[in-house]
Design a protein around this ligand. Structure first.
Ligand SMILES: [Zn+2]
Length: 213
């Protein structure tokens, strides 16, 4: 693309246009790094899935309140026992969900340059390895299917998919596990694995992972 080089830098976090000399966003403090054309850069947030999840949770809570009101007006005092059992579970679930959804609106980054691989995901430790430190990359996929047993039936919950990137050298092993769809978008996860494989080939490193899909 042939855009003028004095173009203002748009902050990926808050959208403010900063002058090219700014190293950090003057509005939110986000680090505005320059990358070379050959670098692989993913910078994204998951605001969309955050809003979707909040909408689902709101509907769920509204439904539970309606059920509570309906059951209490129908059965009166006898309704207290099931409600005493159900509501702590609902509140526990909400607590878990709020922790799980934490940070979805913040920027995460996956950067691959000819020098290093850098991964920044909100609320996870900063990760960086240099290509000179390792000889091989291994990618392991892990599935976690959630489910619950209720009297008479098994309920299948959401499925979580994790990718563990293992960087191995003769005296070196570092690994980073991220969750597809939460730490990075599913689409980005595919791009990340393709880029890792391509860079590994370019950098003369072994790559062992799920085949391209
Ligand atoms: Zn900003």
């Amino acid at each position: 693309m042939s855009e003028p080089s004095n173009k203002k830098k748009k902050c990926p976090q808050c959208g403010k246009k900063n002058i090219p000399e700014d190293k950090f966003c003057t509005n939110c403090g986000f680090e505005l790094k320059e990358y070379s054309p050959g670098d692989f850069v993913i910078m994204e947030h998951l605001k969309g899935s955050l809003y979707g999840s909040i909408a689902c949770l709101t509907i769920f809570i509204a439904f539970m309140i309606l059920v509570t009101v309906a059951v209490s007006s129908q059965y009166g005092i006898q309704a207290i026992i099931p409600l005493i059992i159900i509501w702590p579970i609902v509140i526990g679930f909400m607590f878990w969900a709020s922790r799980y959804l934490r940070g979805l609106s913040k920027i995460r980054k996956f950067i691959i340059t000819g020098e290093y691989i850098e991964i920044i995901v909100p609320h996870k430790p900063y990760f960086r390895v240099n290509w000179s430190e390792f000889d091989a990359i291994e990618v392991q996929k892990r599935d976690h299917q959630t489910w619950a047993v209720l009297p008479g039936k098994v309920i299948i919950g959401p499925r979580f998919i994790y990718f563990k990137l293992i960087f191995k050298g003769s005296n070196f092993t570092e690994s980073y596990e991220f969750e597809s769809g939460k730490d990075f978008k599913r689409r980005s996860r595919k791009e990340i694995l393709i880029a890792l494989e391509e860079f590994a080939q370019k950098m003369n490193k072994d790559y062992n992972g799920p085949t391209k899909k």
